[in-house]
Design a protein around this ligand. Structure first.
Ligand SMILES: C[S@@+](CC[C@H](N)C(=O)[O-])C[C@H]1O[C@@H](n2cnc3c(N)ncnc32)[C@H](O)[C@@H]1O
Length: 297
């Protein structure tokens, strides 16, 4: 089983970037005179790495499906190189690049937004955030863990299918996860099930990670099954995946969960996940729910 922890305390949360305007064939960032050390790790190093990268988007008239979006990036002293947005392994390997693309340039704010909804729901339910034990599925380099910690949820277990994501979380946000598993939730081993059970999880977060060839419905169901009844489920999904005609299986699974009473919806909000490379808004649905029972099959 590929598994490791990323313990060791970071200095504090990295502020989430705010939406930035997208410019024509835009070289959106100028070279920074900040000191940049590619070997460094932690929040300060992440800020410097973000600032040192330069990024350009395709012509504004060009439109790509979310599966095919790309940009070109120059690292300090390096050549311009193309990165497809779904090549997370390559993106996580470059310190600061994930934040540069999705936060600094395309204005993603989904983790902070969804954790805010969860914090409101916990307050309304009279539950102490410190009591939560979160499974963060599709954890990437740990932005959700950082946002959860900022509202008083210190215990999160990260899961991702990529070793590069786990390594980036350890590099960029050391100590934010109590544990981090590199695992495929469509085919978990008995040992991996045991590890998850030991964490006694009572909340699931899946932000910006469902659909688009990322996390399939079967993997979501496996993660859901590891959450205690009465626990919390926080997810975002592109609104198109919840339409009745959606072939991915998510619409049927979520609708079945709601209609059966298994998923007890507390908040449901349509919101701007980020901008596309042509500056059009990408709209997602954010859900905060209580798990009352297993999802119907
Ligand atoms: C857009 S990133 C989101 C990361 C994080 N949730 C955030 O909001 O910063 C999507 C993540 O899902 C992960 N992922 C894709 N398919 C997956 C799967 N089948 N199981 C687990 N993680 C997966 C990717 O490796 C990537 O780290």
């Amino acid at each position: 089983m590929a598994r490791s922890s990323v313990n060791g305390r970071g200095a504090g949360p990295e502020p989430a970037g705010r939406p930035a305007p997208v410019d024509a064939v835009a070289v959106l960032d100028q070279e920074s005179d900040q000191e940049f050390d590619p070997q460094a790790s932690g929040p300060g190093a992440l800020t410097a790495a973000r600032a040192a990268l330069r990024l350009a988007l395709p012509e504004p008239g060009s439109k790509f499906s979310q599966d095919d979006e790309w940009c070109v990036v120059a690292q300090p002293g390096g050549p311009w190189t193309e990165f497809r947005f779904h090549d997370y392994d390559r993106i996580f390997a470059v310190p600061g690049l994930y934040e540069k693309i999705f936060y600094d340039v395309l204005g993603c704010d989904s983790p902070r937004f969804m954790v805010g909804l969860l914090a409101d729901a916990l307050a309304a339910a009279g539950q102490d955030p410190a009591s939560l034990r979160v499974l963060d599925l599709g954890a990437g380099n740990g932005i959700m863990a950082e946002e959860l910690a900022a509202v008083g949820v210190p215990y999160a277990v990260g899961v991702d299918i990529l070793t590069e994501a786990r390594d980036a979380a350890a590099r960029d946000r050391p100590g934010r996860y109590a544990d981090y598993l590199v695992a495929d939730f469509t085919a978990l081993s008995a040992a991996e099930h045991d590890v998850l059970a030991e964490h006694r999880l009572d909340a699931l977060t899946v932000v910006a990670a469902l659909g688009f060839g990322d996390i399939p419905p079967t993997a979501f169901r496996t993660a859901y099954d590891h959450i205690a009844d009465g626990g919390w489920v926080v997810l975002t999904i592109k609104d198109a995946f919840l339409h009745e005609t959606d072939p991915s299986g998510f619409a049927a699974m979520i609708r079945g969960g709601i209609e059966s009473g298994a998923l007890d919806i507390v908040r449901r909000e349509r919101f701007q996940h980020r901008l596309a490379t042509d500056a059009s808004p990408l709209l997602y649905v954010g859900i905060v729910a209580r798990k009352r029972a297993p999802l119907p099959t």
